[in-house]
Each structure stands twice: as structure tokens, then as C-alpha cells.
Design a protein around this ligand. Structure first.
Ligand code: AGP
Length: 610
């Protein structure tokens, strides 16, 4: 899940490629490099660490270069060192790669037996030498690609420049994302559209098995059989400004604050004249009448969005709903009914998560109907699905997902209501009051956002704690899980989320006066039971921070503090509003601990390897 980018055109390319890498840095940020082709020579600069470490080395590159490729890395093979950073060189070429070459060891041994020396531990350098060997043997870069690509197993998006063909950048895609940006007398490519959306909105998404030759005014695509493929252009909606911080200290903070607006946009997109828009919610892209089981597939925070949605989906549709970790699902050979009787719903912000994508492809082969909730149009998961709800969250750059989560829960719930209506399981008189409360959800969200200062102060009291527990019941249990994940991701504190009723079966042994416990306690049907669990914790001197009604005296007597959170009637809306507090808490604790909030260690925004 590295980020790749490139430019070919009349302008000096170094700054364009470096700026593009900045936009790609959320995909991986442990080392970076740029290669340019100028006057028939290839020059490479690369460095370990953050992208800024590379900037001083750019002076070594010929400033007039017009063709350049760049890479920002999330290490899969070999430590994040300068030697392992991309681009990797071989005879007359430089190559960048996003993905994993699974059979690189045997290919490497073959090359070493022929005398090739390796400077790095990466799988990518193997591809560079395989291509270099062909080009050395006299092959044109295009022919070298056509001979080498079929030998590679795994996922990859590749780009190479070669001094033999100074007017083209060569591309290849299998599994990992790769999109071309068509400009005026100049062209770009990237791992996603944010790489070049400040230059052009005209994009061509390459498909699996395709290769391409990108010139400054041309794009030629061919498939595995060598057949030419017409370039299908798509106008992308996202503008450059939607991908910047707009005055906030971090993308994460900006994205937390954007949630009320995202909810309004989502409502606007899927509710017309007070009624659900079944078409916009994709209900006409699948045959619900056939469906007898639903599997929600996702990873990380998206998985928690699925777990939350299940609380409403199963009862509203009367269909069993399993929520599955994508990395486990495929390999346990799940029971899937063909002929569309099983609906597989994928939830993914990026639309490129390899585990989730692989599950979709597997389920499709088994004859399942595929539906997805996704934030990136034309991403692999969007293109692989029979139907998709495109979220209206806008680009999410902060690695810790925030607005995408609340948007996913809302989209899944609106889909559920529409599906229940379509199946005749809910009448509009049952749905109308929910849509009524939805109208005021952005206001409730703003109220929750108003607790920011309170939470920042709370963070000052607890940021040194080495452990945290989060608890809740029902949908609030999942918000507890999400809260623990957020805190782990950005503050590196060991945190666990638990069903409040489960504590007494073991984890309560962790509780003492040093253990902060965040309890998600809205005034809903789980309230009384959750209060009893909080009393059990207090009986062991646990420090309970409640997210709930700050006028609730009984709760106040039990807890060290209450983070005020409005009460709502609709459980899914309550879950969305309760999430803000755990997002802010993790953010302000991370700030106090001085960690890199937008680019936490060891993580990347889009996980494109299994
Ligand atoms: C969440 O904060 C993480 N970035 C991660 O768990 C993420 O939710 C997961 O990788 C799934 O990503 P996706 O939604 O793009 O598929």
C-alpha cells in the first residue's frame, strides 16, 4: 500500500512529482524516492523516513527533466532503508511498484544464478532486473513488459521509465490500483485520483491485466492478449481543495468536524421530498427477493460500521446477517448460496482494501450478489460490485478513519430502511419518523462536536495511562470497539473494547484505580444494564468516563466525568453521534503524547496487500 505517481509533459516534473507524492503520503510514509529521465539519462534520488527527508536530495536531479516517477513506501519486504526505497534500477530503467510479488524468491534465485546483484531486499528489484534482462537482450520495453508480467504472481501496479524509450512511461496493473490523469499536452498517473486532481479531473482507471504506454499527449492501453483497449475516461468529482486541511492542524481533526456536513450531504443524496430514494440507494441493482442470507465483509473501522449496521439490518429485513472480517472470511470457506441467494455487502472507505476485494471476487465466483458501500468512485470494489452506494464523505486523508465510519453507518442504515420498504417489511409510516429525526441529525452532531474542549481537558488527565478499556452494550458496544481502535491507532496506548456485560467473565480482572474505562451509555434500551456494569467496575475502583447525558445525576455519582452526548430515539443515529466523543478523545490524547496523528507509525490509509 505504497503510493505511486508520475508525470510526462512540457513542464519540469520534479516539483509536480514531489507534490503528488505529498498527496500520496497517506498510503505509506517510511521512505520515498523519485526517478527522472532527461536527455536519455535516468537519475534517481531516494531517502528513508518521511517524504520531507527526500527534498534536499532533489537538487541532485536534473531540474529540467520533464518525465518523472515517484514512490512513497509502506514496507512489505525489507526494512524502511534508503536501499529498499523505490525507485529500483536495472539495465537502462527505473521502476516503482505498489503491491506484493508473491513468487519473488524463486525469480530472485534465478536472476542471481545468472549473476544479477541485488542492492535491496525488496520483491520489486526482482521485477526491475527481469525487465532489465529483457531490455538488455534487445527487447522493446513494451515487449519486455509483455514477457515479464505473466511471470509475476501477486498484486502490483508498476511504472517504469527506460532510456531506450525517452518519450513514454510504461504502466502495468494487476490487483493494485492505478489511474491515469489526462491533462492538456501533459499526462499523469497515480495510485488514486488525489495524486493529480489538482491538475486534471479527467481520469482513466486501468483494469487488472492491462498495460499502458503513457506519452505527454497519448495513452495506449493493451490487455493480456496484447489487444488494444480503448481508454474509458471518467470525470472525477473531487477537487484539490477538498483534499487539503482547510486551516485545521490535522486532517483527522478536519474530518471529525466535517461529519455534520457529510450527514447533510448523505441525506440530500438519498432522501428526496421526505422519502427514501430506492434507486439512489442501489435497490434496483440487486434482486432482494432472492436473498436468504447476508454477509457484510470489511476490515478495521469499516468492519465496525458493519457490526453497527447489523443491529438494525437483521431485524428490519428478517434475514440473517453475518459480519465478517475479510482477512478471515475467504480462507474459512464460508457457506455461500449461489444464484444470488446470498448477498455479500462490502464496506470500504478506500474501495481498494485487498482482503475485502479478494472476498468479493471469491463470492462473485460462487454466484452471490455483490453490493458495496464505498467512498471512492471507480475504485476496484466499486467496479467489482453489482450495486454500490457511493458515500458522500469526500476524500478521507487522515489514516484513522472518522467521517467515513459515521457515513458508512448512515448509508448502511438508509439502505436497510429502503430494503425493508422494498420487501414490504416496513411501511412509510414506520420509516417517516426516522427520516424526521434524520433531518435534525446534523444538529445533534454539532452538539456532540461542541464537547471538544471538554474532551481536550479530559485528555490532559488521562494521556499518560498505559491502558484503556472501552465498554458499551448493543450498538454502543461497537462504538466502544471503534473507540479502542482509534486510541490504539494514533496514541499507541493499549486499549480494548468490550461488551459491558462481558467484563465480569474475565476482563474485569484488569480493573483497578489506575484503569480508565470509557463507557458509552446513551439513554436507550441498554441503559439500565450498562449502569449495573458500571457499578461493578466502580466497585473495583475503576475510573469510569461516561459518554452520555451530563444531567444524569446517578451516572455522575458513579463516574469521574461525563462527556455530554445528546440522546436520540433512533439507535443507529445514537451510535453515529456517540462516536464523536471517542474520536475526539483519541485525537487529544494523541496530541498530548506527541504522536503523528495523521500518519501513525506502521499504518497506511489503504491496505492494498493481503
Ligand atoms: C481505520 O482507522 C483504519 N484506517 C483501518 O482500520 C481501515 O478502516 C481499514 O483498513 C479498512 O479500510 P477501508 O475502509 O478503506 O477498506
Amino acid at each position: 500500500m505504497c503510493g505511486i505517481i508520475g508525470y510526462i509533459g512540457p513542464k519540469n516534473c520534479i516539483d509536480i512529482v514531489f507534490d503528488g507524492l505529498k498527496k500520496m503520503e497517506y498510503r505509506g510514509y517510511d521512505s520515498a524516492g523519485i526517478a527522472v529521465l532527461h536527455e536519455g539519462h535516468i537519475s534517481i534520488s531516494k531517502e528513508s523516513g518521511k517524504l520531507e527527508n527526500l527534498r534536499p536530495h532533489l537538487e541532485l536531479l536534473p531540474a529540467q527533466a520533464k518525465i518523472g516517477i515517484g514512490h512513497t513506501r509502506w514496507a512489505t519486504h525489507g526494512l524502511p532503508t534508503r536501499d529498499n526505497a523505490h525507485p529500483h534500477a536495472s539495465e537502462r530503467l527505473a521502476l516503482i511498484h505498489n503491491g506484493i510479488i508473491e513468487n519473488y524468491k524463486e525469480l530472485k534465485a534465478e536472476l542471481q544464478s545468472k549473476g544479477f546483484h541485488f542492492r535491496s531486499e525488496t520483491d520489486t528489484e526482482v521485477v526491475a532486473h527481469l525487465l532489465g534482462e529483457r531490455i538488455q537482450a534487445g527487447d522493446h520495453p513494451r515487449d519486455a513488459l509483455n514477457k515479464v508480467i505473466p511471470r509475476l504472481e501477486g498484486a502490483f501496479s508498476l511504472a517504469l521509465i527506460c532510456d531506450q524509450e525517452p518519450n513514454f512511461i510504461y504502466l502495468a496493473k494487476q490487483g493494485s490500483p492505478l489511474v491515469v490523469g489526462l491533462g492538456k499536452k501533459e499526462n499523469f498517473f497515480g495510485s488514486d485520483v488525489t495524486a493529480f486532481c489538482s491538475h486534471t479531473q479527467k481520469a482513466v482507471f486501468l483494469q487488472d491485466g492491462e498495460c499502458a504506454a503513457l506519452g505527454s499527449e497519448s495513452l495506449e492501453i493493451w490487455d493480456r492478449s496484447g489487444q488494444k483497449v480503448p481508454a474509458k475516461t471518467t470525470m472525477i468529482q473531487w477537487s484539490a481543495s477538498s483534499a487539503d486541511k482547510q486551516g485545521y492542524r490535522h486532517y483527522m481533526l478536519k474530518e471529525i468536524h466535517e461529519q455534520s456536513g457529510v450527514i447533510s450531504k448523505t441525506t440530500h443524496a438519498f432522501v428526496k421530498d421526505g422519502k427514501l430514494d430506492l434507486d439512489a440507494l442501489g435497490l434496483n441493482t440487486i434482486d432482494l427477493s432472492k436473498v436468504s442470507s447476508i454477509h457484510i465483509i470489511a476490515c478495521g473501522t469499516a468492519y465496525y460500521a458493519g457490526m453497527t449496521a447489523k443491529y438494525a439490518m437483521e431485524t428490519s429485513l428478517g434475514i440473517p446477517v453475518n459480519v465478517e472480517l475479510a482477512s478471515e472470511f475467504r480462507y474459512r470457506d464460508p457457506l455461500l448460496q449461489g444464484e444470488g441467494r446470498t448477498l455479500v455487502m462490502a464496506i470500504s472507505q478506500s474501495g481498494e482494501t485487498a482482503d475485502t476485494l479478494a472476498c468479493l471476487k471469491h463470492a462473485k465466483e460462487k454466484g452471490c450478489q455483490i453490493f458495496s458501500i464505498c467512498n471512492v468512485a471507480y475504485s476496484s470494489i466499486h467496479r467489482e460490485s453489482h450495486g454500490t452506494i457511493l458515500m458522500h464523505a469526500g476524500p478521507e486523508i487522515g489514516v484513522a478513519s472518522t467521517k467515513a465510519f459515521t457515513s458508512q453507518v448512515l448509508c448502511a442504515y438508509l439502505w436497510t430502511l429502503a430494503a425493508a420498504q422494498k420487501l414490504g417489511r416496513m411501511t412509510s409510516s414506520e420509516i417517516d419518523p426516522v427520516l424526521q429525526e434524520l433531518k435534525s441529525l446534523p444538529i445533534y452532531m454539532d452538539k456532540a462536536l461542541n464537547a471538544e474542549e471538554h474532551i481536550a481537558e479530559l485528555a490532559n488527565r488521562f494521556y499518560e495511562s498505559p491502558n484503556f478499556l472501552f465498554v458499551g452494550r448493543g450498538p454502543s458496544y461497537v462504538i466502544a470497539l471503534e473507540g479502542a481502535l482509534k486510541l490504539k491507532e494514533i496514541s499507541y496506548i493499549h486499549a480494548e473494547g468490550y461488551a459491558a456485560g462481558e467484563l465480569k467473565h474475565g476482563p474485569i480482572a484488569l480493573v483497578d484505580k489506575h484503569m480508565p474505562i470509557v463507557a458509552v451509555v446513551p439513554k436507550d434500551s441498554y441503559y439500565e444494564k450498562t449502569i449495573s456494569n458500571i457499578e461493578e467496575i466502580c466497585a473495583r475502583e475503576g475510573q469510569v468516563i461516561a459518554i452520555g447525558d451530563d444531567k444524569d445525576q446517578h451516572l455522575r455519582d458513579l463516574c469521574v466525568d461525563i462527556i455530554p452526548c445528546p440522546n436520540l430515539k433512533t439507535p443507529m443515529f445514537q451510535a453515529i453521534v456517540s462516536t464523536v466523543a471517542v474520536q475526539f478523545l483519541s485525537y487529544y490524547i494523541a496530541i498530548k503524547r506527541g504522536t503523528d496523528v495523521d500518519q501513525p507509525r506502521n499504518l497506511a490509509k489503504s491496505v492494498t496487500v493481503e
